[in-house]
Each structure stands twice: as C-alpha cells, then as structure tokens.
Design a protein around this ligand. Structure first.
Ligand code: AMP
Ligand code: ZN
Length: 114
C-alpha cells in the first residue's frame, strides 16, 4: 500500500530501530514507548488489521508469534510480557497495518483494559 506508515517503515522509506526481521515480518521499537521494552512486529505484506486475516494468513501469523517468543527472549523479558493488537476504531487502532505490540520490562498487573 502506497500511503501506509508501516509499509514505508518495512520498505526503509521511513527510519526505524530494527529489532528483528525475517522473510515475512519486521520488528522495530515503538516511537512512543509505553513500557521499558515496547516493540512492534508487523507482517511485511499489507494487512489492515486482525479483522482482515483469513486462512491464507495462518502460516504468517504463526511465524509472527514464534518471532514474538524469540524477540521477548532476546529483549530479556524472562519475567513476562504482554502482546496486544488493536483492531479497528473501538480498540483505538491508529495505524491501519496489522501490528502486535510486545510490552515488557515492568510489572503491568492483571488488568487488560485501563
Ligand atoms: P495502534 O494505536 O495500536 O495502532 O499503535 C500504533 C503504534 O505505532 C503506536 O504505539 C505509535 O507510538 C507507533 N508509531 C507510530 N509511528 C511510529 C513510527 N514512525 N515508528 C515507530 N512507531 C510508531
Ligand atoms: Zn501497510
């Protein structure tokens, strides 16, 4: 997609701090971190949100979650971490390219929604 922030980050047209990359996904540090570790992982192909996923994306999503485990380990999140994917307006999604937030490095308690 031509006018998508995260497509531009994947293409290297907008700078980012890379954390991990493989053939299908790219992970980088969130520009406005909400925790000591705040990494975003996105598919390289443009998918708008979780709501757009189909069976055709199952291998991709599986790979992304395996990569999340690798990233959490590399970031030293042995005490735990949280994975969040905002999908659509009610969830407050601001960038309409599927992404998973990986948050950790502090105790976040049990509540899911502030
Ligand atoms: P969401 O609200 O779930 O759509 O999350 C979008 C996330 O993208 C927010 O946490 C932003 O801080 C982050 N973000 C926006 N622009 C950039 C950027 N240029 N580089 C890294 N992260 C960004
Ligand atoms: Zn995109």
């Amino acid at each position: 997609m031509t006018d998508c922030l995260f497509c531009k980050i994947v293409a290297g047209e907008i700078p980012s701090t890379k954390v991990f990359e493989d053939e299908v996904s790219y992970a980088f540090r969130d520009i406005n971190p909400q925790a000591p570790v705040h990494v975003l992982i996105v598919p390289k192909e443009h998918i708008a949100s979780c709501a757009e996923l189909t069976e055709a994306n199952e291998a991709l999503v599986g790979k992304i979650f395996t990569n999340i485990a690798k990233i959490a380990k590399a970031e030293g999140l042995d005490k735990g971490f949280r994975v969040i994917s905002n999908s659509g307006d009610d969830a407050g999604q601001t960038v309409h390219h599927l992404h998973y937030h990986i948050l950790g490095g502090k105790s976040m308690g049990e509540g899911l929604v502030p």
